[in-house]
Design a protein around this ligand. Structure first.
Ligand code: NDP
Ligand code: 8X3
Length: 251
């Protein structure tokens, strides 16, 4: 069987890292992306024992860095079967009138424009081969707006729109496009949102069992390993304790 390859953005932590680990177990060769080089090196060291691993360190906001990193891929990695657009975060949780402009820029530049840049850089070989699979990591926040979610929600609504737009525009090339939209997953997400305030971050998951990064990685693997004529287009995954963005059962 032909070897498969996947490029994962945001592979240094949380959902992206767990996805890299489960994909390596299934024999996917991996291109792992993120800004934290030491974490990329550590992943290469461990996962590189079972599959081919190439790492690319760049900020998805930096348009030129995105394109030059992907152009620099060695021959063995120029054909990417699966792109996982996962890099992203929430920055802040403020009402719209008190929002921090740097937080707004970060969320729109990373979660929306970064996702677009990486997709644009990867697409030519998928279009040429008339094959490929793009998984966009959206969020329940891209389906429902919650108090103080404003710009983060807007960024994930944009991911939802882009997921649909990509599926429409790439339909004639036979490229699969789908989104996974998680609810609460305990990763570094809340540490980033609250800028390292561990008390605030921990409170998010107080009294409930959140999803783990591995729960989502497992589902991504399921989506990717369906027969090629099956495209899981849009999937929402919540912890059992969460009914929607605002209804959460805490013991
Ligand atoms: P983490 O904070 O654990 O991981 C975020 C990843 O994104 C890191 O690997 C980080 O790598 C990367 N990243 C962030 N900013 C940039 C940037 N500017 N350039 C390149 N890479 C970047 O959070 P999660 O694993 O939870 O988040 C992954 C995705 O899942 C995000 O899109 C998030 O919105 C989404 N999501 C998360 C949920 C949750 O509750 N945790 C729920 C729903 C969706 P590095 O810092 O090394 O660059
Ligand atoms: C992350 C889930 O509810 O914190 O996308 O926005 S939430």
């Amino acid at each position: 069987m032909k070897e498969k390859s996947a490029l994962i953005t945001g592979a240094t932590s949380g959902i992206g890292k767990a996805t890299a680990e489960i994909f390596a177990k299934q024999g996917f060769n991996l291109v792992l992306c993120g800004r934290r080089q030491e974490r990329l090196d550590a992943l290469k060291e461990t996962l590189g024992k079972t599959v081919k691993v190439h790492t690319l360190s760049f900020d998805v906001r930096d348009r030129e860095a995105v394109f030059s990193a992907i152009e620099s891929l060695p021959e063995s990695f120029t054909s990417i079967d699966v792109l996982i657009n996962n890099a992203g975060n929430a920055h802040g949780l403020d009402p719209i009138d008190k929002g921090n402009l740097d937080d707004w820029d970060a969320m729109l530049d990373i979660n929306v424009k970064g996702l677009l840049y990486v997709t644009k850089a990867i697409l030519p070989q998928m279009v040429e081969r008339r094959a490929g699979h793009i998984i966009n990591i959206g969020s329940i926040a891209g389906k429902e707006v919650y108090p103080n979610g404003n710009v983060y929600c807007a960024s994930k609504y944009a991911v939802d729109a882009l997921n649909q737009g990509m599926r429409i525009d790439l339909n004639s090339y036979g490229i699969r496009v789908g989104a996974i939209n998680p609810g609460m997953v305990e990763t570094e997400f809340s540490d980033v949102r609250f800028k390292g305030d561990a008390d605030k971050a921990d409170k998010v998951y107080d009294g409930l069992q959140p999803l783990t990064a591995e729960d989502i990685a497992d589902i991504i693997l399921f989506v990717v390993t369906r027969p090629y004529h099956v495209n899981i287009a849009d999937l929402m995954v919540l912890p059992t304790a969460q009914a929607n963005c605002t209804v959460v059962h805490r013991e």
